[in-house]
Ligand binder design. Structure first.
Ligand code: AMP
Length: 199
Protein backbone atom coordinates (compact mmCIF):
# COMPACT_ATOMS: atom_id res chain seq x y z
CA UNK A 1 0.00 0.00 0.00
CA UNK A 2 1.65 3.24 -1.17
CA UNK A 3 0.12 6.23 0.54
CA UNK A 4 0.59 10.00 0.55
CA UNK A 5 -0.90 12.17 3.28
CA UNK A 6 -1.49 15.79 2.33
CA UNK A 7 -2.66 18.40 4.80
CA UNK A 8 -1.53 21.57 6.51
CA UNK A 9 0.73 21.45 9.52
CA UNK A 10 -1.40 20.74 12.57
CA UNK A 11 -4.03 18.75 10.67
CA UNK A 12 -2.99 15.59 12.52
CA UNK A 13 -1.63 13.79 9.47
CA UNK A 14 1.61 12.82 11.26
CA UNK A 15 -0.36 11.13 14.04
CA UNK A 16 -2.49 9.26 11.54
CA UNK A 17 0.56 8.26 9.50
CA UNK A 18 2.02 6.71 12.68
CA UNK A 19 -1.21 4.75 13.18
CA UNK A 20 -1.08 3.52 9.59
CA UNK A 21 2.51 2.43 10.13
CA UNK A 22 1.61 0.55 13.32
CA UNK A 23 -1.45 -1.13 11.79
CA UNK A 24 -0.19 -1.99 8.32
CA UNK A 25 3.51 -2.43 9.06
CA UNK A 26 4.76 0.00 6.45
CA UNK A 27 7.36 2.73 7.05
CA UNK A 28 6.25 6.25 7.88
CA UNK A 29 8.46 8.59 5.88
CA UNK A 30 8.19 12.03 7.45
CA UNK A 31 10.39 14.53 5.64
CA UNK A 32 10.05 17.09 8.45
CA UNK A 33 11.55 14.58 10.91
CA UNK A 34 14.33 13.70 8.47
CA UNK A 35 15.20 17.38 8.06
CA UNK A 36 15.08 18.06 11.79
CA UNK A 37 17.64 15.27 12.24
CA UNK A 38 19.79 16.63 9.42
CA UNK A 39 19.82 20.14 10.87
CA UNK A 40 21.56 18.86 14.00
CA UNK A 41 24.55 17.51 12.06
CA UNK A 42 27.81 19.35 11.66
CA UNK A 43 27.55 19.95 7.92
CA UNK A 44 27.20 22.99 5.65
CA UNK A 45 23.71 21.83 4.66
CA UNK A 46 22.68 21.78 8.34
CA UNK A 47 23.50 25.46 8.68
CA UNK A 48 21.23 26.36 5.79
CA UNK A 49 18.51 24.01 6.99
CA UNK A 50 18.40 25.69 10.38
CA UNK A 51 17.66 29.04 8.77
CA UNK A 52 15.05 27.69 6.34
CA UNK A 53 13.20 25.58 8.93
CA UNK A 54 13.14 28.35 11.51
CA UNK A 55 11.58 30.73 8.99
CA UNK A 56 8.96 28.17 8.01
CA UNK A 57 10.11 28.31 4.39
CA UNK A 58 10.36 25.35 2.07
CA UNK A 59 13.62 23.50 1.59
CA UNK A 60 14.69 23.50 -2.06
CA UNK A 61 13.13 20.93 -4.33
CA UNK A 62 16.42 19.36 -5.48
CA UNK A 63 17.47 18.46 -1.95
CA UNK A 64 14.03 17.08 -1.13
CA UNK A 65 13.85 15.03 -4.30
CA UNK A 66 17.31 13.54 -3.66
CA UNK A 67 16.28 12.73 -0.11
CA UNK A 68 13.12 10.91 -1.20
CA UNK A 69 14.86 9.15 -4.06
CA UNK A 70 17.36 7.71 -1.59
CA UNK A 71 14.66 6.81 0.95
CA UNK A 72 12.32 5.10 -1.51
CA UNK A 73 15.21 3.09 -2.95
CA UNK A 74 15.55 1.27 0.37
CA UNK A 75 14.14 -2.21 0.60
CA UNK A 76 11.78 -1.54 3.49
CA UNK A 77 9.51 0.49 1.20
CA UNK A 78 8.85 -2.32 -1.28
CA UNK A 79 5.77 -3.49 0.63
CA UNK A 80 4.43 0.04 0.90
CA UNK A 81 5.02 3.37 2.63
CA UNK A 82 3.27 6.41 4.03
CA UNK A 83 4.75 9.62 2.69
CA UNK A 84 4.14 12.50 5.10
CA UNK A 85 5.39 15.96 4.19
CA UNK A 86 6.34 15.12 0.62
CA UNK A 87 5.43 16.17 -2.02
CA UNK A 88 4.86 19.80 -1.08
CA UNK A 89 5.27 21.46 -4.50
CA UNK A 90 4.22 20.59 -8.04
CA UNK A 91 7.86 20.02 -8.96
CA UNK A 92 8.16 17.47 -6.15
CA UNK A 93 4.92 15.75 -7.19
CA UNK A 94 6.18 15.40 -10.76
CA UNK A 95 9.56 14.12 -9.57
CA UNK A 96 7.77 11.59 -7.36
CA UNK A 97 5.78 10.40 -10.37
CA UNK A 98 9.00 9.93 -12.34
CA UNK A 99 10.64 8.12 -9.46
CA UNK A 100 7.70 5.78 -8.91
CA UNK A 101 7.58 5.03 -12.61
CA UNK A 102 11.28 4.10 -12.51
CA UNK A 103 10.65 1.89 -9.50
CA UNK A 104 7.59 0.30 -11.12
CA UNK A 105 5.27 1.42 -8.34
CA UNK A 106 2.41 3.85 -7.97
CA UNK A 107 0.41 5.65 -5.31
CA UNK A 108 -2.66 3.75 -4.15
CA UNK A 109 -4.30 6.44 -2.04
CA UNK A 110 -3.72 10.14 -1.46
CA UNK A 111 -5.34 11.39 1.74
CA UNK A 112 -6.34 15.03 1.82
CA UNK A 113 -6.58 16.15 5.46
CA UNK A 114 -9.09 18.97 5.59
CA UNK A 115 -9.46 21.32 8.53
CA UNK A 116 -12.03 23.97 7.58
CA UNK A 117 -11.26 26.10 10.61
CA UNK A 118 -7.71 27.46 10.53
CA UNK A 119 -7.97 28.59 14.15
CA UNK A 120 -8.07 24.93 15.19
CA UNK A 121 -4.83 24.30 13.30
CA UNK A 122 -3.16 27.34 14.83
CA UNK A 123 -4.21 26.37 18.36
CA UNK A 124 -2.91 22.81 17.87
CA UNK A 125 0.41 24.05 16.55
CA UNK A 126 0.95 26.58 19.28
CA UNK A 127 0.11 23.97 21.93
CA UNK A 128 2.54 21.51 20.36
CA UNK A 129 5.26 24.17 20.13
CA UNK A 130 4.88 24.86 23.84
CA UNK A 131 4.85 21.14 24.74
CA UNK A 132 7.77 20.06 22.60
CA UNK A 133 9.78 23.28 22.74
CA UNK A 134 10.36 23.22 18.99
CA UNK A 135 12.43 26.18 17.89
CA UNK A 136 10.91 26.04 14.39
CA UNK A 137 7.38 26.53 15.72
CA UNK A 138 7.24 30.27 16.28
CA UNK A 139 3.89 31.95 15.46
CA UNK A 140 5.52 33.65 12.44
CA UNK A 141 6.91 30.38 11.08
CA UNK A 142 3.56 28.65 11.60
CA UNK A 143 1.79 31.41 9.69
CA UNK A 144 4.34 31.19 6.90
CA UNK A 145 3.91 27.39 6.62
CA UNK A 146 0.14 27.70 6.37
CA UNK A 147 0.53 30.33 3.64
CA UNK A 148 2.95 28.13 1.72
CA UNK A 149 0.65 25.14 2.16
CA UNK A 150 -2.23 27.00 0.54
CA UNK A 151 -0.09 28.34 -2.27
CA UNK A 152 2.25 25.44 -3.09
CA UNK A 153 0.80 22.24 -1.67
CA UNK A 154 -3.00 22.51 -1.74
CA UNK A 155 -3.01 22.52 -5.59
CA UNK A 156 -1.55 18.98 -5.49
CA UNK A 157 -4.95 17.66 -4.38
CA UNK A 158 -6.34 18.68 -7.77
CA UNK A 159 -3.26 17.30 -9.50
CA UNK A 160 -3.79 13.83 -8.00
CA UNK A 161 -7.52 14.03 -8.56
CA UNK A 162 -7.00 14.67 -12.25
CA UNK A 163 -4.05 12.33 -12.85
CA UNK A 164 -5.14 9.37 -10.72
CA UNK A 165 -8.53 9.95 -9.18
CA UNK A 166 -7.38 8.35 -5.95
CA UNK A 167 -7.80 11.26 -3.54
CA UNK A 168 -9.73 10.57 -0.34
CA UNK A 169 -10.81 13.59 1.69
CA UNK A 170 -10.46 13.24 5.44
CA UNK A 171 -12.41 15.36 7.93
CA UNK A 172 -9.41 15.97 10.14
CA UNK A 173 -11.06 18.15 12.79
CA UNK A 174 -12.30 15.15 14.78
CA UNK A 175 -10.98 12.72 17.36
CA UNK A 176 -7.90 10.67 16.41
CA UNK A 177 -9.82 7.36 16.57
CA UNK A 178 -12.68 8.63 14.41
CA UNK A 179 -10.27 9.92 11.78
CA UNK A 180 -8.37 6.65 11.81
CA UNK A 181 -11.58 4.64 11.27
CA UNK A 182 -12.26 6.70 8.17
CA UNK A 183 -8.74 5.98 6.96
CA UNK A 184 -9.08 2.24 7.55
CA UNK A 185 -12.35 2.21 5.60
CA UNK A 186 -10.73 4.02 2.70
CA UNK A 187 -7.76 1.65 2.68
CA UNK A 188 -10.08 -1.38 2.77
CA UNK A 189 -11.97 0.11 -0.15
CA UNK A 190 -8.73 0.61 -2.10
CA UNK A 191 -7.86 -3.04 -1.52
CA UNK A 192 -11.34 -4.16 -2.62
CA UNK A 193 -10.85 -2.27 -5.85
CA UNK A 194 -7.63 -4.12 -6.39
CA UNK A 195 -5.41 -1.13 -5.90
CA UNK A 196 -3.07 -2.76 -3.44
CA UNK A 197 -2.42 -6.04 -1.70
CA UNK A 198 -2.68 -6.05 2.08
CA UNK A 199 0.39 -7.30 3.82
P1 AMP B 1 6.83 19.13 8.68
O1 AMP B 1 7.33 18.45 9.92
O2 AMP B 1 6.38 18.19 7.62
O3 AMP B 1 5.81 20.19 8.96
O4 AMP B 1 8.09 19.89 8.05
C1 AMP B 1 8.82 20.86 8.77
C2 AMP B 1 9.59 21.76 7.83
O5 AMP B 1 10.49 20.98 7.04
C3 AMP B 1 8.74 22.50 6.81
O6 AMP B 1 8.22 23.69 7.32
C4 AMP B 1 9.75 22.77 5.70
O7 AMP B 1 10.60 23.82 6.04
C5 AMP B 1 10.56 21.51 5.71
N1 AMP B 1 10.05 20.48 4.77
C6 AMP B 1 9.55 19.25 5.09
N2 AMP B 1 9.19 18.58 3.99
C7 AMP B 1 9.46 19.39 2.95
C8 AMP B 1 9.30 19.29 1.54
N3 AMP B 1 8.78 18.18 0.98
N4 AMP B 1 9.69 20.32 0.77
C9 AMP B 1 10.22 21.43 1.31
N5 AMP B 1 10.39 21.61 2.62
C10 AMP B 1 10.03 20.60 3.45
Amino acid sequence: MNIVVLGPQGSGKGTQAERIKATYGIPHIATGDMLREMRELDTPVALELRAVLDRGDLVNDELMIDLIRERLSRGDTVGGFVLDGFPRTMRQAEALDDLLRELGRDLDVVFDFQVPNRDIVLQRLLARAAEEGRSDDTPEAIQRRLELYDRETAPLVEYYRSTRGNVVGVHADRKVDEVFREIEDALAEAVRHGKAPVR
